[in-house]
Write a protein that binds this ligand. Sequence first.
Ligand code: TMP
Length: 210
Amino acid sequence: MTVSPTRGRFITLEGIDGAGKSTHASWLVDALASRGMTVVATREPGGTALGEMLRDIVLKQRMTHDSEALLMFAARREHVVQVIEPALARGDCVVCDRFTDATYAYQGGGHGVAREWIGALERLVHPTCNPDLTLLFDVPGTESRARLDRMQARGRELDKFEQEAQAFFERVRNVYLARANAEPRRFRIIDAVRPLADVRADLQRIVDSL
Ligand code: TMP
């Protein structure tokens, strides 16, 4: 008789642009792997060949906000079916840099797409595949804008979202915080304004608790 493996854990990382999320993501993946977990590190939009093509389009092209949400979910459907679900079914731990909370925050909060609309897409695209744990790297909109401006001054080209005004990032952040407060068992809010070592210490505690 074959014994099916226990379903793996689905961990997502969220936060407004400039929160330092991606820097912490690779550290977290290494920390989980060093504990013996098989980790699949992936991102949204992206994570599949088609998803990466769609990423290129949504991060560069101007379009209606509804179309933006639809493309995020098209990329997500590919990602869930081809990568995330099979990995979780194998018992692997999936660490995904952004997921559906980002659509609520950016397209919903940032751009005003109706919550009900996003909810309907969420139910169609991944009715049973939802994060077990979401780490929200939190910085105020002022800090986000200042960090992005410094990156640009150092020669980094900013994408469509990174060029948004501070008020946009404040709206995105408010939705993230509201979602975190509504689901305290799933979310951990990490104050990402603090020095790197302090943020790492929080992450270490979270890894230890898994
Ligand atoms: P990243 O630079 O953190 O990988 O994220 C890419 C950008 O895509 C980021 O500015 C947020 C945006 N985004 C959305 O607007 N909606 C979404 O559903 C996702 C996953 C990302």
